[in-house]
Design a protein around this ligand. Sequence first.
Ligand SMILES: NC(=O)c1ccc[n+]([C@@H]2O[C@H](COP(=O)([O-])OP(=O)(O)OC[C@H]3O[C@@H](n4cnc5c(N)ncnc54)[C@H](OP(=O)(O)O)[C@@H]3O)[C@@H](O)[C@H]2O)c1
Length: 237
Amino acid sequence: MSGQVLLTGATGGIGREIAAALASAGESLILGCRNAEKARSLVAALPGEHEVVEIDLASEKSVRAAVAALEGKKLKGIIHNAGTMERRFRTDEQGREMTMAVNYWNTQLLTELLLPRLEEGGRIVFTTSLTRYIPFLSKSPEVREKDFSQLLTYARSKKALTRYAAALAAQGVGVNCADPGVVDTGMISMDRWFDPLADLFFRPFIRSARKGAEPALRAFSSPRTGRIFCRRRTHRL
Ligand SMILES: NC(=O)c1ccc[n+]([C@@H]2O[C@H](COP(=O)([O-])OP(=O)(O)OC[C@H]3O[C@@H](n4cnc5c(N)ncnc54)[C@H](OP(=O)(O)O)[C@@H]3O)[C@@H](O)[C@H]2O)c1
């Protein structure tokens, strides 16, 4: 396969490590990022030739514009690593709750629009989270203001994304999920009074971003599909 690999969220903690590992392995990357300037300085630090496409997953318009900008490209893979855990209820242009819009709705839209550009045997990786196991989570991706909770809405978005990945795998698309575990990045800050305490007592014991990138790298390169790659083991989607 000769195509490029589209990686979203490359400017974040885990994404930088995925980008560095893939670039060192000789892959040509397209970094799909909302902050193009940050992404371009990342490209300058990577070995090899890479591109940047601006994608704000909070906006369907931005996703469609990014797909138009990728016209004519063949993709060897798509690694959906971008994600958010919004502190407060807010909505996108369509009135959909924002964590769900970024982590699920617009990630799904990006996938659907890019599926025809995926090379034969190409791979799609979705980044899920352990939070999908929280008991009694609603399966519905519709989140109303009265149902919003920072952690539970995030968990619902990852559950919905994992179910979507399983549906694609059942259709024969080469899909895997990556579950990074609990990783020392900006994502685990809750923007609450207890963050400094958690940083002191909790952060030293969790996984580094480099370790957190490993499941996505294995999910991308493994000959097996239809699986969730965790810290050490894999299981069926
Ligand atoms: N850290 C953990 O413990 C953990 C556990 C399970 C799963 N995950 C998942 O792992 C993935 C990477 O997270 P991380 O831990 O590396 O967190 P992070 O450092 O906060 O990185 C998040 C990345 O997503 C990007 N992003 C956020 N909102 C976006 C939007 N609207 N459009 C486009 N890009 C957007 C960010 O872009 P900017 O650089 O512009 O902010 C950043 O590159 C996420 O999907 C997260 O849910 C993380």
